[in-house]
Design a protein around this ligand. Structure first.
Ligand SMILES: Cc1cc2nc3c(=O)[nH]c(=O)nc-3n(C[C@H](O)[C@H](O)[C@H](O)COP(=O)(O)OP(=O)(O)OC[C@H]3O[C@@H](n4cnc5c(N)ncnc54)[C@H](O)[C@@H]3O)c2cc1C
Length: 231
């Protein structure tokens, strides 16, 4: 897949004391000590990681809801953003097709299966050109962008700021890194995970497809990476 046909993702906001905050939330549940004492007296990373793993594995997920992260995302198709916005515990601010008119050829994402076939790719690009011309004719005739956009395709490139807490981030990774998810959202979520892991490497074991946490595949059509539930 061509580099300029891929999601562009940057982590733009996260708490500085992520590990310590999650640890404090976990420890507070089992300690007579006050949360602030726990927070201020702990620096043993291994001890923190051990407890966090125990608590998350037990399903005590409120402890990871205290952490909020935000990503700047661009160069993704509207098809992909439509899949992302199905995640109900995320917050979004997306480039509006009502307020922002497309000027000239709109940007679009070409699916890799089409991209690798030169003839089909050329047809795809030519078709985007035709849509663009028609869109422009509507705009020039005074049709509002919010109505002219009706002819823009799923492939139209979009951008957004997306924020979520750590519980939802893990859930998102578990679902969307699975090979059953479509290539583009898989790539987008992989980049989101990579950005966060770069800053917080301890999160690596959690930001994985669900089969890695479960130890088996619960999908109907398995990719074969893990044994199925039945097996
Ligand atoms: C491979 C794949 C294929 C898909 N195919 C389709 C499809 O064909 N058609 C389609 O419409 N969608 C499809 N989806 C989207 C899917 O149905 C979910 O809408 C999307 O994955 C969001 O997942 P979620 O609801 O678990 O997560 P979120 O919305 O992120 O919520 C996280 C969790 O919070 C809890 N929660 C959130 N809201 C509620 C609620 N109202 N009631 C109870 N619990 C709640 C649930 O435990 C949920 O798992 C697909 C998703 C994947 C990954």
């Amino acid at each position: 897949m061509e580099e300029n046909n891929q999601p562009v993702v940057s982590l733009i906001s996260k708490p500085e004391n992520m590990l310590k905050t999650v640890y404090t939330a976990c420890r507070t549940c089992y300690s007579a000590d006050s949360p602030i004492n726990i927070y201020e007296s702990t620096d043993d990373k291994e001890k923190m990681l051990k407890l966090i793993e125990k608590v998350i594995s037990s399903g005590h997920y409120s402890t990871i809801e205290h952490i909020q992260v935000s990503f700047a995302i661009s160069n993704v198709s509207r098809a992909c953003t439509h899949q992302l916005v199905r995640h109900r515990h995320m917050s979004f601010s997306q480039k509006s097709q009502r307020y922002v008119k497309e000027k000239g050829q709109f940007d679009f994402i070409i699916p890799p299966t089409i991209l690798k076939n030169e003839e089909l790719k050329n047809k795809f690009v030519a078709f985007m050109g035709k849509i663009s011309e028609q869109y422009q004719e509507f705009i020039d005739a005074g049709i509002p962008a919010e109505d002219a956009r009706a002819i823009l395709p799923n492939a139209t490139a979009s951008s957004m700021v997306a924020s979520l807490n750590l519980r939802e981030m893990i859930h998102l990774a578990n679902l969307r890194l699975c090979t059953r998810a479509q290539y583009e959202i898989r790539l987008l979520v992989k980049k989101m995970c990579d950005e966060l892991i770069k800053e917080e490497p301890w999160l690596k074991p959690y930001l994985v497809p669900k089969c890695e946490r479960l130890g088996f595949c619960d999908e109907d059509k398995s990719c074969g990476r893990m044994p199925t539930k039945k097996q």
